[in-house]
Write a protein of this length. Structure first.
Length: 424
């Protein structure tokens, strides 16, 4: 289907949407109430354009009425996933047998998009437990694709290298900045990493491209040392689906039978294709917790120009930031990923944490804590200068010990490294 014309893809999505709406009408306590309150007849929602008649769903709505979003009884739920709760309290997503099959299919397609074939071996460098949906999805997807998986989990470069050298995986699944740690460890221990047999990495959690789809500083730094193919994938528990880059590296392709994506402005009107706005998704084929027009809070762009790979599905560019994490600084607005990427340009920095707070005069203040072996006094000014030149902000930069920052970053209560603290 992804190679059919955009019109055929749209017609197919509309058919799936109508089916999902009938299911929701019958089974979802939350949406039944919503339809009643707004006098919505689901039979009248026929096209993607008709979706505007349905009010959006926010994270707050799901947090407030988590149980009412579930369309099935406990006896049908197999896996109880939860959101990470980076912003707000975590919510539970119960997955049925059919949902797990959907998740496996989704991830199988993502792996196929980056070139994984049956019999390939893939090393997983993220957690599979802690109710994390992505780790489970990778396992299920590779199993469905009939590829092999090495479930090493996150961190511990030594262990990662032991497994790589013994089992020779062709692919890794990793947070991109962790690849720098793998390189560093390999260099210290004389491991010939460029000839270790790894060809490509499915990268999660950090952007590999900037808003114009060019390689980020982090991507360039990794590839200068280790010329791997780095594919970006973007997913969330709420979507239960991923947008994954093909060999063109120009944004992640939509899986047309799993998700409908809109990009909306502050007033919930669609932005023109290629312009930034909030990603709003409607899930297709979900049984447990289907969502209609869910506001992800992620700022992205939709790219509709034909892709050289031959797929006709539109693509979603990198997450430029989270709406809630927008920083307002003397007339400039920016998001943490741009700050992180600028810091990635300094090889001397071991760890960093960005802290945003409100000052007395009501504007945002940026403090950057770094650990580094570079002791020169000018080093901190160099960092400041680059911020001023590239992003037009002047953060305060302070040194901290490596141990102190690691305690903050690798918080045992968090599934993901904590490098951004919002005190506003
Ligand atoms: Zn493509």
């Amino acid at each position: 289907m992804e190679r059919q014309s955009p019109e055929e893809i749209k017609a197919y999505q509309e058919e799936l949407l109508r089916r999902q709406l009938l299911y929701i009408q019958e089974h979802s306590p939350y949406y039944r109430r919503l339809f009643e309150r707004h006098a919505i007849e689901v039979a009248e929602i026929q096209t993607l354009g008709d979706l505007v008649h349905i009010p959006t769903t926010s994270k707050d709505d799901i947090q407030a009425c988590n149980e009412d979003f579930s369309c099935v009884g406990r006896e049908e739920i197999i896996d109880y996933c939860s959101t990470s709760g980076t912003l707000g309290k975590p919510v539970t997503f119960g997955l049925t047998e059919k949902d797990l099959e959907r998740l496996a299919y989704n991830e199988m397609r993502s792996f196929q998009t980056i070139g994984v074939k049956p019999g390939d071996v893939v090393q997983l460098m993220t957690t599979m437990d802690r109710r994390f949906m992505a780790g489970l999805a990778y396992f299920l997807g590779l199993r469905k694709l009939e590829a092999g998986i090495l479930r090493v989990g996150s961190g511990i470069p030594q262990l990662q290298w032991d497994v790589i050298l013994k089992h020779r995986p062709r692919f890794l699944i990793a947070v991109p900045s962790f690849l720098l740690k793998l390189i560093e460890y390999a260099e210290q221990h004389n491991i010939d990493y460029c000839n270790a047999g790894i060809e490509a990495v499915l990268c999660i959690g950090e952007s590999l491209r900037d808003a114009s789809l060019n390689d980020s500083v982090l991507t360039r730094r990794i590839r200068e040392k280790w010329p791997l193919k780095l594919y970006s994938t973007y997913a969330s528990t709420e979507m239960g689906a991923a947008f994954t880059e093909c060999e063109a590296f120009q944004g992640g392709h939509l899986h047309e039978d799993l998700i409908i994506a809109e990009v909306l402005d502050e007033d919930e009107r669609p932005v023109p294709d290629g312009e930034s706005g909030e990603l709003v998704v409607t899930t297709l084929g979900v049984q447990g917790v289907p969502l209609l027009r869910f506001k992800t809070g992620d700022i992205v762009r939709k790219h509709v120009a034909p892709c050289v790979c031959g797929r006709n599905t539109y693509r979603i560019g990198p997450v430029e930031g989270r709406k809630q994490q927008m920083v307002k600084y003397k007339g400039t607005t920016l998001y943490p990923p741009a700050l992180h990427d600028l810091l990635a340009g300094f090889a001397e920095i071991e760890h960093h944490v960005i802290e945003i707070s409100h000052n007395d005069i009501g504007t945002d203040e940026i403090v950057i804590y770094i650990s580094t072996k570079e002791t020169a006094a000018e080093f901190l000014s160099q960092i400041k200068d680059r911020f001023r030149a590239k992003l037009r902000v002047t953060p305060r930069v302070e040194r901290r010990s490596s141990e102190e920052l690691q305690r903050v970053i690798f918080n045992p209560l968090s599934r993901k490294p904590v490098t951004f603290i919002d005190k506003r």
